[in-house]
Write a protein that binds this ligand. Structure first.
Ligand SMILES: Cc1cc2nc3c(=O)[nH]c(=O)nc-3n(C[C@H](O)[C@H](O)[C@H](O)COP(=O)(O)O)c2cc1C
Length: 667
């Protein structure tokens, strides 16, 4: 095992001593109270990460102005009334030997203030992509007021016992990031134009913070090493401004990259993107400053963190989603328990998509995020004999938790290996990392004492023989076969079977029916050799009845997938519904979207028919159907029968694991 000596060595940022080099990234959770104060839920969530060994917790966007929240439930430091709650949070973090800094921010163009009838503000009149709104240009008097607000919030952070603060000036995002980037700052006064003038606001903010919170109060600044966006800032500019910021009083630079929304995949890098994708920028910035340089972005393994530190590419490693997946990552790393670390696979299903849809933040691999207290694992009152049917993610998690609670658990899987549909999801290009999640769930279930029975189909007879107290049916789902004429044709195969390697799709022309995540990913899987004369070319056409594809994908992953599909020449036909399947093709009709008087949107068939033929294979990716051949047959014979995950209703692994985690705690 590689020793993690560097990761577990201390460092100082101004007056703040960190016990190790691992920090938690700011992540907006929507957990705060409506008045901006710290909720019990948020405190428990943060405390779990401090207890888990992170040396520094950077709190999420913490607004300096109550009229400009970032999300609906934004943490705030806009009023002295918010100090006591923040103090309790700081005390809770300190109790574990960790440090805490709020990311004090004015959300500027990114505020949800418009929900409350307040137009968001920015350096210039710009379209804010986050909420598709126009923000108005700030006057000089307003800028001066905001500078004071930053200083006041910093003073409150200090009075609350926080150990410093972070300023968010990255991604051409929020107010400070918008001012320093020429993408958004089109001012012609003292606050716009040259980089020196675009920097004026952050520099005046730093001065005010120093005046109100003191010279020894650590200031970290998050900045994009490179915005990687035409018209935005580049690495050379960051290397130019980094010493200016250090000279002005910034004590550490925290390096990210990209802009929102053009390059948001750099900010929230999805599954399959390079790990440590900002490390080269951090290293380049380290060359020009003497203050500590921190780096964030898909550093999801402590061994990688150690490597970056050893190569002197950064001084502090910042982890975001990896600490959602496992708050105990630092402690487990220190003990060398790498297999026990729940891995962040970059899926974004719970943390990014969930939150964007207005749901509280959660995590695929760790459904206890934000429910730390109520999801604590406690011994079962009475140990029971439990049969879990299906070793997909939901079944594995249910079995693991139940076994940890002292139940006697056997997990039955009809295949020879675990993973279910998640194993198939790991097959297309860029998705292999999902198998880390399966491996983790399996290893942990085994360690918890679960007995695994592979190649075993559970029948009512087997249940009668085993005589369990509880049966948890987690048998997943299979490809939906819709009622379309010709669907039983020789060339029709399911996406599941293609990804499972059960059918071979020869090079040639392939039609994929359905442009959701599964359809697009199977399209990429088949088309990805591209126009390769050695291995041959598979020309893929995707047919989708809606007016867009991939709507069930996390936006960052979708952007990259769409680019790759284009590079591989995949043709996408939207507003196209399959009426009939022919021997080597389909008959389609166009669809028209219509909004009814009551606001309901319906999709109607249009008039234009089309025949697509010459296909070598037709792949069904039109949804999934639950597989549950058991629960009805045993419900009167076993005391407790539960159906979870896709077996209950086809959805995503996120729901399956969450339901497994809940049922494991309930029985
Ligand atoms: C749910 C979520 C919320 C985030 N909120 C913030 C935020 O409030 N402020 C910020 O600067 N970055 C925010 N980020 C970006 C993270 O701080 C981090 O840079 C990003 O997740 C990449 O790091 P990771 O790969 O370690 O997760 C957020 C990320 C996620 C996933």
């Amino acid at each position: 095992m590689k020793s993690l000596q560097r990761l577990f060595s201390p460092i100082k940022i101004n007056s703040m001593e960190l016990k190790n080099r691992g920090a938690m990234a700011p992540m907006a959770t929507n957990y705060a109270n409506a008045d901006g104060s710290i909720s019990e839920r948020y405190k428990a969530y943060i405390e779990a990460r401090a207890r888990g060994g992170a040396a520094l917790i950077i709190l999420e966007v913490t607004s300096i102005d109550g009229s400009f929240p970032y999300v609906q439930h934004t943490v705030g430091l806009w009023d002295d009334k918010l100090i006591p709650g923040m103090r309790q949070l700081a005390d809770a973090v300190h109790a574990h030997g960790a440090r805490v800094v709020p990311q004090i921010s004015h959300p500027g163009p990114e505020s949800v203030s418009f929900f409350y009838g307040i137009q968001p503000v920015g350096p210039s009149v710009i379209l804010s992509h986050s909420h598709k709104q126009i923000c108005r240009e700030l006057s000089i008097a307003e800028i001066e007021h905001i500078i004071e607000q930053f200083g006041d919030a910093a003073r409150r952070a200090r009075e609350a016992g926080c150990d410093g603060l972070e300023l968010h000036a990255a991604h051409s995002y929020m107010l400070l990031g918008s001012f320093i980037s020429s993408l958004r700052n089109r001012r012609t006064d003292a606050y716009g134009g040259s980089i020196e003038d675009r920097l004026r606001l952050p520099l005046e903010v730093i001065r005010n913070i120093r005046a109100k919170a003191g010279g020894d109060f650590p200031i970290i600044m998050r900045i994009s090493g490179d915005e990687l966006t035409p018209g935005g800032r580049n690495l050379e500019e960051t290397q130019y401004i980094a010493p200016i910021l250090a000279e002005a009083g910034v004590d550490a630079l925290h390096i990210s990259s990209g802009t929102f929304p053009q390059m948001s995949w750099r900010i929230l890098p999805p599954t399959g993107t390079p790990r440590g994708l900002n490390v080269a920028f951090a290293a380049a910035i380290k060359e020009v400053v003497d203050i500590p340089v921190m780096v964030v972005g898909r550093i999801n393994d402590p061994r990688l963190a150690e490597d970056i530190l050893r190569r002197n590419q950064a001084d502090v490693i910042v982890m975001g989603r990896a600490l959602l997946a496992d708050p105990e990552l630092p402690n487990k790393a220190a003990e060398g328990r790498f297999d026990d670390i729940a891995p962040c696979v970059g899926c974004g299903l719970g943390c990014i998509a969930g939150r964007a849809e207005g749901r509280p933040m959660t995590c695929l691999i760790n459904p206890t995020v934000g429910r730390e207290r109520e999801m604590a694992i406690t011994p079962a009152a009475k140990p029971k004999k439990v049969m879990v049917v299906g070793a997909g993610p939901g079944g594995l998690e249910a079995a693991r938790v139940a076994a940890l609670r002292g139940h006697q658990v056997t997990l039955y899987e009809r295949e020879a290996e675990p993973g279910g549909q998640l194993r198939l999801a790991a097959v297309p290009p860029m998705k292999q990392e999902l198998s880390r999640g399966i491996k983790y769930l399996r290893t942990q279930a085994e360690k918890a004492g679960v007995t695994m029975q592979w190649n075993t189909r559970v029948t009512p007879e087997l249940v009668a023989k085993v005589k369990p107290d509880v049966v948890i049916v987690a048998s997943g789902a299979e490809s939906l076969v819709p009622n379309i004429p010709g669907i039983k044709g020789d060339k029709v195969v399911s996406a599941h079977d293609v990804l499972a390697g059960k059918v071979f799709v020869p090079c040639g022309n392939v039609l994929v029916l359905g442009g959701g995540m599964v359809g697009l990913e199977v399209a990429e899987f088949l088309a990805s050799p591209g126009d390769n004369p050695v291995v041959g070319r598979t020309a893929v056409t995707v047919v989708e009845m809606l007016d867009n594809v991939g709507l069930d994908l996390v936006p960052e992953g979708r952007t990259l997938l769409m680019q790759r599909l284009q590079e591989n020449g995949v043709k996408i036909l939207t507003c196209t519904k399959v009426k009939e399947i022919l021997e080597d093709g389909v008959v389609t009709v166009n669809t028209v979207k219509e909004t009814l008087e009551n606001g309901t949107v319906v999709i109607r068939d249009g008039q234009m028919q089309q025949t697509i033929c010459g296909m070598d294979a037709i792949i069904l990716a039109m949804g999934a159907k639950s597989v549950d051949e058991l629960s009805d047959k045993i419900k009167n014979k076993v005391a407790e029968v539960y159906v979870i995950g896709d077996a209950k209703q086809p959805r995503k692994a996120l729901e399956a694991i969450a339901e497994g985690a809940e049922i494991g705690r309930k029985i």
